[in-house]
Design a protein. Structure first.
Length: 335
C-alpha cells in the first residue's frame, strides 16, 4: 500500500516524512560527466542488487511524460528526473515505502517516505536500503569531506530530511517569517508551498540545510526539535479557538467542505487550500472527513496521477478539473 493511503502519526499537522541519502559509486565519474553507456552500467549494477530484494525497476526512457510526472507527484522522483537527459531509472519498493533513483543529480538517491511524523522509522528505512547497496558497491567517500556528491551542499553525511507540515493557524498569526528566520539560524529551511498569486495554503516543507560538519544524529535531533516546536505552536493556537474565533473558523471549514462537496470542477491549484481547511476542521471535530483521505487526495488528485487513473484520459485542464471534483466528492463524501 502506498504511503499516502496509510494513517500517520500527528497527521493533523504532519503530512509526510522523507529521509534521503545521496550516494555516488567510486568507480564512475559524477553524473554531469557520465555518458549514456556508463549511466546504463550504473543502473544495471544497482538493479542487480535491488531487483532481487523486492524492488521494481522503472526506466524513464520507457515511460511517458505523464507517468514520470505522476512519480514526482507521489514524491518518489524529483523535478531533476524530468529534466535529466541521460538514461535514468527509479527502483521502487512501494509496500516498504522505499525508493532508489539512479543517475539523477547523483548516481543514487535513496529514500524512505512515510505518512505523518515518522522521522526515526523513515531514517531506519533509508539506512536499510543504503546498507543493502553498500554491501555490493563502493561509495565515493573522503575522510575529511564525507560522502562525495555532485552538489557541494550535500557533502558530508549527504543526508536530507524533509517534513511536510500543515500549519494554517500559525500562517494566519503572521509569525512564520520570524519562525523561518530562527530555524535558518539552526541550519534548517522552512519553505511555504504556495503557487504564484495564490493565498497562503498553510503547507510548509521543513528540511535541513547543512550536511557537512554535523552527524546524522545531530541532523535528526534538530529536525525533531523543530517539528516539536512548530506542531506545539500550531496546537496551542488551535486550543485557543473559542467563542467568536471558533465561529469564524467553523464557517471557514464549512465553506471549504461545501465547495468540495458540491463543486462541478476543481483546479489543482485551489484544491490544497480547501484540503488544508478540512484537515484543520477534522482535528477540531468540525467535520467527519477522515484525515488520511485528505492526504491521499494531495497525490491522487494531482494532474498526472489523475490522468493516469481516468478511464478516458482527459486532454484539457477543464476536463481534469471535472474529474478532480468527482474524485474528491467520492473520496470524502462517498458520492
Amino acid at each position: 500500500m502506498a504511503w499516502y493511503h496509510v494513517p500517520g502519526n500527528r497527521q493533523d499537522t504532519v503530512i509526510s516524512t522523507q529521509v534521503r541519502f545521496s550516494r555516488n559509486i567510486a568507480a564512475y565519474p559524477f553524473p554531469s560527466r557520465l555518458d549514456a553507456s556508463r549511466a546504463r552500467e550504473i543502473i544495471a549494477e544497482i538493479g542487480t542488487v535491488l531487483e532481487g530484494n523486492g524492488f521494481t525497476r522503472i526506466d524513464f526512457t520507457d515511460v511517458s511524460r505523464t507517468a514520470a510526472q505522476s512519480l514526482l507527484e507521489k514524491h518518489y522522483a524529483t523535478p531533476a528526473a524530468l529534466r535529466e537527459s541521460l538514461p535514468h531509472a527509479l527502483f521502487l519498493n512501494e509496500p516498504c515505502n522505499l525508493s532508489a533513483m539512479a543517475c539523477e543529480e547523483d548516481h543514487l538517491r535513496l529514500q524512505c517516505i512515510l505518512a505523518g511524523f515518522a522521522l526515526r522509522d523513515a531514517y531506519e528505512g533509508a539506512c536499510k536500503i543504503e546498507s543493502l547497496l553498500d554491501a555490493s558497491l563502493e561509495f565515493a567517500f573522503d575522510k575529511r569531506l564525507g560522502y562525495l556528491t555532485e552538489n557541494p551542499a550535500n557533502l558530508g553525511t549527504a543526508l536530507r530530511v524533509s517534513v511536510l507540515l500543515c500549519l494554517p493557524l500559525l500562517t494566519d498569526s503572521k509569525r512564520m517569517e520570524t519562525v523561518s528566520l530562527q530555524l535558518s539560524q539552526g541550519g534548517l529551511i522552512l519553505r511555504e508551498l504556495q503557487g504564484d498569486g495564490e493565498p497562503p495554503r498553510g503547507l510548509y516543507r521543513l528540511s535541513n540545510r547543512v550536511c557537512l560538519g554535523v552527524t546524522e544524529e545531530e541532523i535528526l535531533e534538530r529536525m525533531e526539535l523543530a517539528v516539536e516546536r512548530l506542531t506545539a505552536a500550531e496546537s496551542e493556537l488551535r486550543s485557543r479557538c473559542i467563542g467568536a474565533d471558533l465561529d469564524i473558523l467553523t464557517d471557514r471549514v464549512r465553506r471549504s467542505e461545501g465547495i468540495l462537496r458540491y463543486a462541478h470542477a476543481l483546479s489543482a491549484r485551489e484544491l490544497p487550500r480547501y484540503l488544508t481547511d478540512l484537515r484543520l476542521g477534522a482535528a477540531l471535530g468540525l467535520t467527519e472527513v477522515r484525515i488520511e483521505a485528505l492526504t491521499s487526495l494531495l497525490v491522487e488528485a494531482m494532474p498526472a496521477t489523475l490522468t493516469l487513473s481516468a478511464k478516458e484520459s482527459p486532454t484539457r485542464d477543464h476536463e481534469r478539473d471535472i474529474l478532480r471534483a468527482a474524485l474528491v466528492k467520492d473520496t470524502l463524501f462517498g458520492a
